[in-house]
Write a protein that binds this ligand. Structure first.
Ligand code: ADP
Ligand code: ASP
Ligand code: MG
Length: 417
C-alpha cells in the first residue's frame, strides 16, 4: 500500500463530465489499495473570472477579501469531486484549507505554506476515505483565508505530499509531461522522461507554467517525488509514463543534453530611466525604493555613460507591477534625478536552460547568433549558472522559441521538416 497525492489542474476539472473522469482515475488508485489525497484546481477560467470581479469592484481591493473571492473556485470543484466519487461507490470527503488547516503566512494573494496539520486527515485516510483538498488556499494567523499565488495548486499538492509523507505526488494536467518547450507553440517539442529539480525550477521561474515555481522549490527541499502526467489520455488502462522530476544523480550521461529546455514569458515590462547621473549611489537610489515597495526586478542593463556624465538604466519587472513602478519613480523623480521615464509592455523574455551549460562554453553565443540571423533584436540579457535569458519584441516570441529549439538540437527527430 502506498500513500499518494493526485493533483488535477483546471482543464481536468472543467465540467462535470471531466470531474467524473477524474473520479474514475482516483477510484482506480484507491481500489489498488492506496491511501489517496486529491488536490484540485478550480475549473479552467474560473479563477480569472473571480479575479476580474475583484478588479471591477474596486481597483484598490483589499487583498484579504480578494483571497476570500478567488479561493472559492477550488471549494466548488472539491465538493463536486467528493460527490462524484461517492456516486461511484468511493468513500470520500472534502477538506477545505481552513478545516485541516493549511497554515500559511499572511502574504495575501501569494501566501507561503508554513504548516499542515494532518492529524484528522491521517485518521480519515486510515479509515479508507479519499480526501479531496482544494488547492491554492490556506489560512493565515487571525483565521483569514489566503491564496498561494496563481498556479498555486501545484504547491498545495507538493506541500500535502510532504506533510503526509506520501510516496508520490502525481500532477495531472492537460499535457502528458514536461516538454523541451511549450508543446502548444512548438509541435516538435520533445517530452522529457526525466528533468532535474534544479532545471525544472529554473524553467518554471522563466515561464514554463506547467508547474508553479514554488512547488518545484518545495519538492526539491522536501525530496517529494513529483511526476507530471496527463489526465486525458489512457483513461482506463495503465498510466502512460509522464515526466519525473529527479535529483541530478538520477540522470545518466546518455540522457544529458547541453540544453534541457526553452521557455518564454510575456508578462514582463521594460522600464527605462534616461539621463541618470553617472555617480556612485545612483543605481541604489533607483532600486532601493522598488525593493521597499516589494517589487521584484529581473533583468538590469546600465548603458554606457554619455559624455554628459549621465547614463540610461533599463530593467524589467512584472507587467502587473508596472503601475506601482511608475508611481514609485514619479515620487522619487527629484531624488534620482532622471530625465525621462519610458516603459514598454510589448516585450517578451526568452530563456534557455540546462545544467550542461556549467561545463560548456558558447551557449550564449549560439543564442545570440541564432536570433541575429533571424533579425531578432536583443534588448537586454541576464544569465545564471544554468540559464541565459534575452528580452525581445513580443511579436517575435514564437519565432525565437522555435529557432532556438532547433538550434540546440531539441526538435523531435522523426518529424524533421
Ligand atoms: P493546470 O491547469 O493543469 O495546472 P497549466 O495550464 O497551469 O495546467 O499548465 C499546463 C500548460 O503548461 C500546458 O498546457 C502547456 O501549454 C504549458 N507549458 C509551458 N511550458 C511547458 C513545457 N515545457 N512542458 C509542458 N507544458 C508546458
Ligand atoms: N485556480 C488557481 C489559478 O488559476 C490555482 C491553480 O489552478 O493552480 O491560478
Ligand atoms: Mg497550473
Amino acid at each position: 500500500m502506498a500513500r499518494i497525492v493526485m493533483k488535477f489542474g483546471g482543464t481536468s476539472m472543467a465540467g462535470i463530465e471531466r470531474i467524473r473522469n477524474v473520479a474514475m482515475r482516483v477510484k482506480r488508485e484507491a481500489e489498488a489499495g492506496n491511501q489517496v489525497a486529491v488536490v484540485v484546481s478550480a475549473m479552467a477560467g474560473e479563477t480569472d473570472r473571480l479575479v476580474n470581479f475583484c478588479r471591477e469592484a474596486s481597483s484598490l481591493y483589499d487583498p484579504r477579501e480578494y483571497d476570500v473571492v478567488v479561493s472559492s473556485g477550488e471549494q466548488i470543484t472539491a465538493g463536486l469531486l467528493a460527490i462524484a466519487l461517492q456516486s461511484i461507490g468511493v468513500k470520500a470527503r472534502s477538506w477545505l484549507g481552513w478545516q485541516l488547516p493549511i497554515r500559511t503566512s499572511d502574504g495575501h494573494a501569494s501566501a507561503r505554506i508554513a504548516d499542515i496539520d494532518t492529524v484528522a486527515l491521517d485518521a480519515s485516510l486510515a479509515a479508507g476515505e479519499v480526501a479531496v483538498i482544494p488547492g491554492f488556499q490556506g489560512l493565515a494567523a487571525g483565521e483569514r483565508v489566503t491564496t498561494l499565488g496563481r498556479g498555486g495548486s501545484d504547491t498545495s499538492a507538493v506541500a500535502m505530499a510532504a506533510a503526509m509523507k506520501a510516496d508520490r505526488c502525481d500532477i495531472y494536467t492537460d499535457v502528458d509531461g514536461v516538454y523541451t518547450t511549450d508543446p502548444r507553440i512548438v509541435p516538435r517539442a520533445r517530452k522529457l522522461k526525466r528533468v532535474t529539480y534544479e532545471e525544472m525550477l529554473e524553467l518554471a521561474s522563466v515561464g514554463a507554467k506547467v508547474l508553479q515555481t514554488r512547488s518545484v522549490g518545495l519538492a526539491m527541499k522536501e525530496k517529494v517525488r513529483v511526476q507530471v502526467l496527463s489526465s486525458f489520455v489512457d483513461a482506463d488502462g495503465a498510466s502512460e509514463p509522464g515526466t519525473l522530476i529527479v535529483g541530478e544523480e538520477e540522470i545518466d550521461d546518455m540522457e544529458r543534453q547541453l540544453i534541457t529546455g526553452v521557455a518564454y514569458d510575456k508578462n514582463e515590462a521594460k522600464i527605462t530611466l534616461t539621463a541618470v547621473p553617472d555617480r556612485p549611489g545612483a543605481v541604489a537610489s533607483i532600486f532601493t525604493p522598488l525593493a521597499e515597495a516589494n517589487i521584484n526586478v529581473d533583468m538590469i542593463v546600465q548603458n554606457i555613460a554619455h559624455s554628459t556624465g549621465s547614463t540610461d538604466v533599463t530593467f524589467t519587472a512584472p507587467q502587473a507591477e508596472l503601475a506601482r513602478v511608475l508611481d514609485v519613480f514619479e515620487k522619487q523623480r527629484e531624488a534620482i534625478g532622471f530625465e525621462q521615464l519610458l516603459h514598454d509592455t510589448r516585450v517578451s523574455k526568452v530563456s534557455v536552460v540546462g545544467v550542461g551549460m556549467r561545463s560548456h562554453a558558447g551557449v550564449a553565443a549560439t543564442m545570440f547568433k541564432t536570433l541575429g540571423d533571424r533579425g531578432i533584436n536583443v534588448q537586454a540579457i541576464t544569465t545564471s549558472e544554468i540559464k541565459v535569458s534575452v528580452l525581445i519584441h513580443e511579436d517575435e516570441t514564437e519565432l525565437a522559441v522555435r529557432v532556438l529549439h532547433t538550434a540546440y538540437g531539441l526538435d523531435v527527430e522523426d518529424t524533421a521538416a
